[in-house]
Design a binder for this molecule. Structure first.
Ligand code: ASP
Length: 373
């Protein structure tokens, strides 16, 4: 008798049930306060302020699925040319090519999808979701991912905006005084910005979805993949506990599987806030010497955001921003939240206060302040 594709998948799934049953026996206990239905809540990185409002409205007014809602929230940044850290208009790699990373998780069905080093398709989060919805795989990368997206009907477009192209040309001209590139006609010093959007949402039934999408580290070595598309690192969601995600130095997050770890800390009973801080502390403990200052503090920043199944939420970053910096760039040190109290920014908790900021990091911030002033 010919085996249909459906029958094959069901048989394969059955073959794995023994494994699943034994894994269940070892699952960590879930605190009882995680079982109550939630007040609908969305958390996101700072740049998700418009997105959390949209996702909240979709979840509460249209009864949208929590993953569909948070993806619609991050699509705003993916399609916005002025957000130079995500999707269309994202800053390119060292060769001037924009490559995108994204991942999603759907709590109620325990599914995940992810895409890395994707070129020419702006909505990487939707490509990650399509991989989840239409394939038996979790992650596609590079040329194969683009081919898949085109087959699924996504439209190809040049993702390099004029502003990001100019930034890349400046960066390249400033790389070395000895190379053959003359300095760019203006002398704006070009930084090496990161940036990403993470969004996690829990609906009134306690169902959870999470997404992270990014163009990754600016000027990265072609082929570099960050934390955002790695399930358990850029974001993670367990429908029994909550969801978490990250922005900031991806290389530091990958080593601690930060989103997974944050959800596991919540499973053990920590609040979302405590869980984010505990993950940052783990990341410091796992940092190699060359990235630590003389006092053992990391020379980079990393952020985590989390929401629990019962609607509690939190966010934390490595360093408190100096007051002078916040005067010029208000809103830094915050993350975005939407719940029954509206959509707003909330302050991130931090591991180190501003008196503990390593001198070199502070100098970098102050240079930025001077340039903006
Ligand atoms: N986490 C991103 C990456 O490493 C960058 C960022 O959020 O700044 O690709």
């Amino acid at each position: 008798m010919p085996v249909t594709r459906r029958a094959f998948l069901e048989t394969s799934a059955l073959a794995l049930t023994g494994l699943a049953a034994s894994a269940k026996a070892h699952a960590a206990p879930v605190p009882s306060n995680h079982s109550a239905p939630a007040p609908p809540t969305i958390v996101a990185s700072r740049n998700g302020i418009r997105g959390v409002a949209k996702a909240y409205e979709m979840m509460t007014k249209d009864q949208a699925d929590p993953l569909d809602a948070v993806i619609a929230g991050v699509n705003i940044q993916e399609l916005d040319p002025n957000d130079q850290s995500v999707g269309y208009g994202g800053r390119p790699n060292a060769d001037g090519v924009v490559t995108l990373d994204a991942s999603v998780m759907h709590g109620p069905t325990r599914r995940a999808g992810s895409v890395a080093a994707l070129e020419d398709i702006a909505s990487a989060s939707l490509v990650a979701k399509a991989i989840m919805d239409y394939t038996d795989h979790i992650m596609l990368v590079g040329k194969g991912a683009k081919r898949f997206a085109l087959d699924m009907g996504f439209k190809e477009q040049d993702l390099l905006s004029e502003e990001s192209r100019q930034d890349w040309l400046r960066w390249r001209s400033q790389l070395s005084p000895d190379d053959d590139w003359l300095d760019h006609e203006d002398d704006i010093v070009i930084e090496r910005p990161g940036g990403t959007i993470n969004m996690c949402g829990v609906d009134a039934n306690g169902d959870i979805g999470s997404v992270t999408t990014t163009s990754g580290l600016s000027w990265k070595i072609p082929g570099r993949v960050g934390d955002s598309p790695i399930i358990g690192t850029g974001q993670y969601c367990d429908n029994k506990v909550g969801a978490a995600g990250s922005t900031g130095r991806g290389e530091a997050n990958i080593k601690v599987c930060g989103a997974f770890l944050t959800v596991e800390f919540m499973r053990q009973g920590k609040s979302p806030q405590e869980a984010c801080l505990a993950t940052l502390e783990r990341s410091v403990a796992m940092t190699e010497d060359r990235l630590l200052d003389g006092k053992g503090r990391p020379m980079f920043s990393l952020n985590f955001y989390a929401v629990a199944k019962d609607g509690r939420f939190g966010g934390a970053t490595m360093y408190q921003y100096p007051d002078e910096y916040l005067e010029v760039l208000p809103g830094r040190g915050n993350y975005a939240v939407a719940n029954a109290d509206g959509a707003r920014h909330e302050p991130l908790q931090y591991v180190y206060d501003q008196t503990q900021l390593p001198g070199a990091l502070k100098d970098r911030m102050m240079e930025r302040v001077e340039r903006i002033r």
